[in-house]
Ligand binder design. Sequence first.
Ligand SMILES: [Ca+2]
Length: 96
Amino acid sequence: MKENFLLKFKMDACSQEDRKRDFEKIFAHYDVSKTGALEGPEVDGFVKDMMELVEPSISATDLDKFRKALMGHCNINGDGKIQKNELALCLGFKPS
Ligand SMILES: [Ca+2]
């Protein structure tokens, strides 16, 4: 089984500090180009890992649907990328 980066993190970490640190690591891992925003294949990678946590054999069609839904939900400023603060809101982290 391919290693899934998201599995390394417990999203129910006990303190707000733990959660924030985990979030920073997750974002940095998927923001390959270090632009401060997930775009194109970076979003694909994030969506794939996230969906494979709940549905290991998910189809490409479903992944695409979920990617569109995620973009619709997270991409608040409408620039086609997911900024760090947008992903934080999406995952239920309070902006700091
Ligand atoms: Ca955006």
